[in-house]
Design a protein around this ligand. Sequence first.
Ligand code: ADP
Length: 200
Amino acid sequence: MNKSNQQQSLVIIKPDGVQRSLIGEIVKRYERVGLKLLAMKMVIPTIQQARQHYSSDPQWVVKKGQSIIEKFKAQGKTTSLTDQQLGQNILDTLIKYITSGPVVVMVWQGTNAIKLIRKITGGTEPLTSDVGTIRGDYTLDSYQNADMDNRSVRNLVHASGSPEEAQTEIALWFKPEEILKYRLIAEQILYDINLDGILE
Ligand code: ADP
């Protein structure tokens, strides 16, 4: 069995996903591609948990602020705020969003799980994320609407951006014994080299 490049990813169904009754639909998307669910729980995140979660990349605030300034420039707009202030504002709205109600936190595993899950999840903004992705198919928010109300873009799901980020995030949400180790029968067909286990 060639199970090379196995990765784990932390996925959160955000409060809007739970409120829209999309837990089953979202889980199905990751399940049907062949990923293995290692852990799952429903929680109401505390502000501290949310802060820790979004600080796993220390550069996030500045990078986010820079991307907003770039977006402004492209639209011919200016701002008196710094990248740090703009990024911090997004982070504050994001913490309000993620702590607003119950969420479902999961650990998924599979070959290239990080990239695969980001593909299935879709781009950050639902308005422009691809049809066929979770964010593209199940919701409609845009940066414009979010900016107007000074809130976070509601896009149903969080998914880890890199294997390193995933490990930090998994450790934040789960105890080691909550990550289950088991064999999934489907892995035989997904990863078996010779397909020699089928015929009787
Ligand atoms: P992703 O969740 O696609 O990895 P980011 O890590 O860049 O995206 O951002 C985290 C979350 O912050 C997004 O999922 C979205 O809810 C919110 N967000 C990101 N950028 C913006 C923005 N410019 N305006 C409002 N909300 C944003």
